[in-house]
Design a binder for this molecule. Structure first.
Ligand SMILES: Nc1nc2c(c(=O)[nH]1)N[C@H]1C(S)=C(S)[C@@H](COP(=O)(O)O)O[C@H]1N2
Ligand SMILES: [Mo]
Length: 423
């Protein structure tokens, strides 16, 4: 057993000693050696001397002002304006796996539109026996399902191909969110319309100006695609496609059409559109790969990370992060503190779920030394997340999309972290 292994489950006593030694006031009362009494323990505080807010102070609750920096952020130089743009989920500051809609990344090609339920229509046409138009309340009459899925933009981590660039997990890995969707399987609606066997694809489009038209193979459309109208129990937010969006589990975000208004059953994929060909992947030999739909297994340490430095001293420490795979469930995540030379298996907070985020923890101890932190995900297909070098051998340096390489954070002895590369 290495020293690292021994340190993995610090005893409660060791934990308390560590905390007292680091000067944590909360333990002062029980510690004979503590010199100064902690007023937060010994004095009656202002919030205990007056009354708090009554109910209904905020009929729809907001996060406390003390968490005001847990927000989506945009990188201004990435796009010309905020209309056709993207922002990033503050994954460095969240825990668990569900992304609150209020801080889930947004990606719009022509802005987030305002569409009322009453004005909402969904048409199914093309190679079907009966073309149909559904209103919002029509959709509510079909048997519905609940599923948790991640949605990752194909461009997530796309700025990191040529070198470590953006300094924070929010910016390198924050084009992702994970919500519990309520909706009707697309299969149910296709069956209702009577899709014909000649139909090999569905062409899906949104009600916004960009329409974001995409072709999806019929096999996927009949498998797990959802017509979703709720996320995390409540209505979709405007920016995520209110009142109805497409959920395409495990596949790149651009296929998850928001404000979905039409589904056409077709024989051949629509390829003429600029949008459909935009997401090709450049390969190292200069050729391109046209379709890459599933998001391969990936992970990132969210804490510590550049925006979430270590603020405590030596001793017990929780390293935490997220892992996911568009091809199924995460089965294992390993963490390295020395740039990939040695690996320790992290604890999954829950068994990995199909095409959903998995939270991992390494309950460990920090000796105050520099760390070169990495995480490596494995999924149920046996796939192992590649290193940056391995991925570049196949994809070169000029790719943008589908970068699922192992991320490296250099954590300095002062607790500050930065985005780096190891060879
Ligand atoms: N109608 C429509 N759907 C859309 C888009 C869009 O611009 N218009 N953007 C797509 C892209 S590229 C992504 S990554 C996801 C992002 O979903 P979100 O904004 O809910 O995070 O929506 C997709 N669906
Ligand atoms: Mo995207």
């Amino acid at each position: 057993m290495s020293d690292i292994d021994k340190d993995r489950s610090p005893s409660r006593r060791a934990f308390l000693q560590g905390a007292a030694a680091a000067g944590a006031g909360a333990f002062a009362a029980g510690n004979a050696q503590a010199a100064t009494p902690d007023p937060l323990i010994t004095e009656v505080q202002p919030w205990a001397q007056e009354l708090g807010d009554g109910v209904d102070a905020t009929p729809y609750g907001l996060p406390t002002a003390h968490e005001g920096d847990v927000i989506r952020r945009n990188v201004e130089w990435l796009t010309a304006d905020t209309i056709s743009s993207i922002n990033f989920t503050p994954i460095h500051a969240l825990d668990g796996t569900i992304t609150p809609q209020g801080c889930a990344f947004e990606r719009h090609h022509s802005g987030a539109i305002d569409l009322k339920k009453e004005d909402y229509r969904l048409m199914i046409n093309g190679l079907v026996d009966t073309p149909l138009v559904f209103s919002y309340s029509d959709l509510e009459r079909f048997p519905r399902e609940n599923h948790v899925y991640f949605c990752e933009c194909a461009a997530n981590t796309g700025m990191e191909w040529a070198g470590a660039q953006l300094n924070g997990a929010q910016f390198t890995h924050g084009m992702i969110h994970n919500m519990e969707y309520t909706g009707v399987p697309l299969r149910t609606l296709l069956e209702e319309a009577g899709y014909q066997t000649a139909g090999k694809w569905v062409f899906v489009e949104g009600a916004d100006a960009s329409s974001n038209g995409r072709s999806i193979p019929m096999e996927k459309a009949l498998d797990d695609v959802l017509i979703a109208f709720k996320a995390n129990g409540e209505a979709l937010r405007k920016e995520h496609g209110y009142p109805v969006r497409l959920v395409v589990p495990g596949w790149e975000g651009n296929m998850w059409v928001k404000w979905i208004r039409r589904i056409e059953v077709i024989e051949n994929a629509v390829e003429s559109r600029e949008e459909t060909s935009k997401y090709t992947d450049t390969l190292a030999d200069g050729t391109s790969r046209k379709w890459t739909w599933a998001m391969d297994a990936k992970s990132v340490v969210t804490s510590p990370s550049p925006q979430a430095p270590i603020t405590h001293g030596k001793g017990p420490m929780v390293i935490s992060g997220l892992a996911w795979s568009g091809n199924g469930a995460i089965t294992r995540v390993d963490v390295s503190k020395d740039g990939g030379k040695n690996w320790e298996t992290a604890r999954l907070a829950k068994p990995g779920e199909n095409k959903a985020l998995t939270r991992f923890y390494l309950d460990t101890s920090w000796d105050g030394e520099e760390m070169i932190l990495q995480s490596r995900a494995m999924d149920e297909t046996g796939y192992v997340q590649p290193t940056k070098t391995q991925l570049r051998e196949v994809r070169g340096l000029n790719s943008v999309y589908h970068n699922n390489c192992i991320q490296t954070w250099l954590v300095r002895s002062n607790g500050q972290a930065e985005n780096v590369e190891v060879s």
